[in-house]
Design a protein around this ligand. Structure first.
Ligand SMILES: Cc1ncc(C[n+]2csc(CCOP(=O)(O)OP(=O)(O)O)c2C)c(N)n1
Ligand SMILES: [Mg+2]
Length: 352
């Protein structure tokens, strides 16, 4: 079984080699307090929202699939800081964090997962199909790699209409074994499309470790093979992700070219709600949990006297209130009447 150190094989962001180094908060210069609290708040919103979602799933309030992002929060939060509200976001089926970071309300997401009409997709999509075009959040996609060509299409339309905005496409490293990945990289490089590709390399595609499915495991190198600029970053470190994503987004905006950013991360929970986790050891998971993006960030902020326990308590209270309100909203929501079942199948107005 691979160790946490050997799972992510990249020169730039080699995980620290000793236990002592892994336990130490990253050394970097302090950031301003308001921004620090904002980043922490966003990561806590995602973490607590998902913990509650897992609870409501076991209570059978949420049905269907549920893929949790716990452990990977620094990626969605850090990358979103590099985006404007005009930029589009495409994500995978593990997308609650991206939707929250992009501005979707916890109410709309929870109601969607409860299958209620008040959900962002009228309760028809569930956890994997969060969508809100008004926020330029284009899903949520159950198909591995399915978001990649959609991102290319959005970026192509922006280019043709001469709109100055980018499309940010999140996907797992498992998508890189799909044909859609190769076709999309090729066309985006060839047509010079403004896409920021963010590969969330959490080392596993369901139960398959990267090295068992890819001949080249240096993912940034793979992207460069298409003529796409690429780099890797420690996806457990929100500040590092924010910095790398900001540079990458600037590149896309200024050079009108795609960019590939690999974020090396780890999911702490099962692939979905049912997964015997036979493909990794408890020790491996425990080792990665020492790099928990939230506790690492809190330690960093405390080291630089940017946060106190009281402030953290206040943030936790605020988040708890938001999550409880979302559950109440979903509980009180309405199920679609059976007569509406065929609505939207072909168009907004036709009922059959
Ligand atoms: C085209 C396609 N093939 C297979 C699946 C089944 N499947 C669901 S999730 C998954 C693993 C994807 O892993 P990765 O892209 O690394 O994302 P992660 O779940 O690790 O976030 C697979 C194979 C699918 N949904 N779509
Ligand atoms: Mg993966």
């Amino acid at each position: 079984m691979a160790s946490a150190d050997s799972l992510h094989n990249h020169k730039l962001m080699k995980p620290k080699s000793t236990q002592e180094k892994q336990n130490r908060a990253p050394e970097k210069k302090p950031i301003n307090q308001k921004h620090a609290r904002h980043l922490l708040h966003q990561m806590l919103r995602i973490r607590r929202f998902e913990e509650r979602s897992a609870e409501m799933y076991t209570k059978l309030k949420i049905r269907g699939f549920l893929h949790l992002y716990i452990g990977e929060e620094a990626v969605a939060v850090g990358v979103t800081e590099a985006l404007t509200s005009e930029d589009a976001v495409i994500a995978t089926y593990r997308e609650h964090g991206h939707a929250l970071a992009k501005g979707m309300s916890a109410d709309a997401i929870m109601a969607e997962m409860y299958g209620k009409q008040e959900g962002c997709s009228r309760g028809r999509g569930g956890s994997m199909h969060l969508f809100d075009a008004s926020l330029r959040f284009y899903g949520g996609n159950a198909i591995v790699g399915g978001g990649l060509p959609v991102a290319a299409g959005l970026a192509l339309s922006d280019k043709m209409q001469q709109r100055k905005r980018l499309t940010c496409c999140f996907f797992g490293e498992g998508a890189m074994a799909e044909g859609e990945f190769h076709e999309t990289m090729n066309l985006c490089a060839l047509w010079q499309l403004p896409v920021l590709f963010v590969c969330e390399n959490n080392a596993y595609a369901m139960g398959t470790a990267l090295k068992l499915s890819e001949s080249v495991v240096d993912l940034a190198e793979k992207a460069k093979g298409y003529g796409v600029q690429a780099s890797s970053v420690d996806g457990m470190d929100v500040l590092a992700v924010e910095k790398a994503a900001t540079q990458a987004a600037q590149f896309v905006r200024k050079r009108h070219q795609p960019y590939f950013l690999e974020c090396q991360t780890y999911r702490f929970r099962a692939h979905s709600m049912f997964d015997a986790e036979l493909y990794r050891t408890k020790t491996e998971v425990a080792t990665w949990k020492k790099k928990d993006p939230i506790s690492m960030f809190i330690r960093h902020l405390k080291d630089h006297k940017l946060i106190t326990d009281k402030m953290i308590g206040e943030l936790e209270d605020k988040v708890a209130e938001e999550v409880q309100a979302a559950v109440d909203f979903a509980e009180q929501g309405t199920l679609e009447p059976v007569e509406d079942l065929t609505r939207f199948v072909y168009s907004e107005t036709r009922s059959s």
